[in-house]
Design a protein around this ligand. Structure first.
Ligand code: M6R
Length: 366
């Protein structure tokens, strides 16, 4: 059942080239040059004229929502707010009929997300669901939606569901952006092409496994980790930290790299490992300066960089090279080594990675 892997989590990490492809199947038609999403078609006008999109989710799905904020604002120029479902539902939020609420949930059973949907519905918003489990409560409570088709995810730590969610949200942002006229034919075509290359780039990132396992050996006994990223890699930093804390019980925090100087920099000394996601994108130069700041305080830098980077390897103690891709698609590739790192650290610490203490696969209580 684990397909020869020791844990479901590992199996699911390694399934990603396939699950990402499955989440695009029938939706991205490269040859014909079009994108289809059944659930979007009937609500196309709503999306095109929406004043605002509010995304509600929890945990890893909330991180996918943060990536979607960047995607939808970049490609479709619609203002987006990303909300923890649990906070949203209790603060008398302002919701109108011209809002679209996107609920993201792997299980489709998360109580807080479901309650947020019911609230938004009562105010007349259109609810679009992105779920993995077919026929789940959230899938049934929404007006329309798109399944992620990642296949069953058994490990409590979400991995392939996250990349499938991000893939579906990318397709959504591309479709809506194109319809709104904010994403040109040429740019759309380019992105479609690059998105279809993602499964093989993820495959390539998975080849880092042995190297990352060795790195895990070095860091397995530390008690804190900091994860930094900017732009599209900011949500990835949060996701990397969440993965590590939930399965290895090491305290980890994710931060937007530029926020570091507003507090967390005080934590940095020679005992603090800092994972910096520093791929070649529009914030690259800025992230390089953030690395310098960490280095000046003797922090131990593990940098996730784009293949061929010849600057950061001179500054970081460890470097993880991932294939280059378009900036908006970066999270799909850069999250992979972070999943592997947390997996190996947890295994080396003797933790039950598939069923970490105090956690359940879906949180059906508030
Ligand atoms: O099933 P959902 O996507 O609604 O679950 C949301 C969170 O409970 C979930 O992502 C949780 O944070 C995971 N254990 C993260 O790996």
């Amino acid at each position: 059942e684990k397909g020869g892997y020791e844990h479901f989590m590992m199996k699911e990490i390694f399934e990603q080239p396939r699950s990402i492809l499955d989440s695009m199947r029938g939706r991205l038609e490269l040859e014909a040059g079009h994108l289809n999403m059944g659930g979007v078609r009937a609500y196309e006008r709503k999306f095109v004229t929406a004043d605002r999109i509010i995304i509600v989710a929890c945990g890893t799905s909330w991180h996918a929502g943060l990536v979607a904020e960047y995607l939808l604002e970049d490609l479709a120029r619609i203002p987006v707010e990303v909300e923890y479902a649990s906070e949203f539902r209790y603060r008398n939020p302002i919701i109108t009929e011209r809002d679209i609420v996107i609920a993201i949930s792997q299980s489709g059973e998360t109580a807080d997300t479901l309650a947020a949907i019911e609230l938004a519905k009562s105010k007349g918003a259109t609810i679009f669901g992105i779920c993995n489990v077919v026929g789940s409560s959230i899938a049934r409570a929404t007006d329309a939606g798109a399944y992620t088709h990642a296949g069953p995810e058994i490990g409590v730590a979400s991995t392939k569901a996250f990349t499938a969610q991000v893939t579906v949200l990318t397709l959504l942002a591309m479709i809506v952006g194109h319809k709104r006229g904010t994403l040109s034919d040429t740019k759309l075509r380019e992105l479609m092409m690059e998105l279809s290359n993602i499964p093989s780039k993820v495959e390539k990132a998975l080849l880092l496994n042995t190297e990352i396992e060795q790195m895990a050996e070095i860091f397995k006994d530390v008690s804190n980790f900091l994860y930094l990223g900017r732009g599209y890699n900011f949500p990835v930093a949060l996701e990397g930290a969440l993965k590590l804390k939930e399965i290895s019980y090491i305290h980890a925090e994710g931060y937007p790299a530029a926020e570091m100087k507003h507090g967390p920099i005080a934590l940095i000394d020679e005992n603090m490992p800092v994972v910096v996601i520093a791929t070649k994108d529009s914030s690259y130069e800025k992230v390089v300066s953030n690395i310098q700041e960490v280095k000046a305080r003797k922090g131990r830098i593990i940098a996730v960089v784009t293949e061929g980077d010849d600057v950061i390897p001179q500054m970081a103690e460890f470097v993880i090279e991932v294939p280059a891709t378009s900036e908006v698609l970066t999270p799909l590739v850069s999250v992979v080594p972070l999943q592997l790192l947390s997996y190996h650290i947890a295994v080396l610490r003797g933790c039950n990675v598939d069923q970490p203490r105090n956690l359940a696969k879906s949180v059906t209580v508030e």
